[in-house]
Design a protein around this ligand. Structure first.
Ligand code: G3P
Length: 217
């Protein structure tokens, strides 16, 4: 399973890159606002740090505007994935851009039918927002399992990019289901290695090693 980082904060990407687990980055207008930076500039900065797909989102509501914005975003770097919302206009834009070789990440997906349309429109990635479904008492990870089954049924090549991740459990469940990618906020990535029994066990090892009075070097 690939790990994308869900942020436009360059400092976080630099730090997480050191862990060797950053396979890509996703951004959206809210994350760009949070970064306090110009969108094109911050996407350029990020694309210089990460070789994997960097998702940059269009903001037009009509397909012609989405296509124009997408073509502009693609000029930033060779690893740009144009992020487009799951609307009929978005699907039209996805068809055109993907037919022309662009990576398209269809976002704001909340149903199997939407994911089916995205795959048929040639999307490289589909981004179902599991946390926002959980927020309205709908089991977000069940949608991922259903999309996985439908995509396997028809051998669709669109990669399932689990988004709106709020807990490490979402990551576990995504891996068990066989999702292709999770896009994870930095603060949750940092929780992945934590376990109280690991910390407690290491403390005992350290204390016992001190009692041996030995040194390795
Ligand atoms: O990638 C989508 C993500 O940024 C949305 O997360 O927590 O606002 O639903 P959230």
């Amino acid at each position: 399973m690939k790990f994308f980082i869900d942020t436009a904060e360059v400092k976080d990407i630099i730090e997480l890159n050191k862990l060797g687990i950053v396979d890509g980055v996703t951004t959206n207008p809210s994350l760009v606002l949070k970064s306090g930076k110009n969108m094109v500039e911050v996407i350029k900065e990020i694309s210089n740090l990460v070789d994997g797909p960097i998702s940059a989102e269009v903001v037009s509501a009509q397909s012609d505007g989405m296509i124009a914005e997408g073509l502009e975003l693609l000029k930033i770097s060779k690893n740009i994935a144009v992020k487009i919302p799951l609307t009929w206009e978005g699907l039209k834009a996805c068809q055109v851009l993907s037919d022309n070789g662009a990576m398209v990440n269809i976002t704001l997906c909340f149903s199997v039918n939407q994911a089916l349309l995205a795959a048929k429109a040639g999307a490289a990635f589909i981004s179902p927002f599991v946390g926002r479904l959980d927020d309205i008492n709908v089991e977000g990870m069940s949608l991922i399992a259903d999309i996985k089954q439908v995509y396997d049924n028809y051998n669709f090549h669109t990669e399932i990019l689990v988004a709106s991740i709020r807990t490490v459990n979402h990551i576990t469940e995504a891996a068990l289901i066989g999702a292709d990618i999770v896009t994870v906020p930095p603060k949750i990535i940092k929780q992945l290695a934590d376990h109280p029994l690991t910390s407690a066990g290491l403390e005992v090892f350290n204390q016992d090693w001190l009692k041996t009075g030995q040194k390795i070097i």
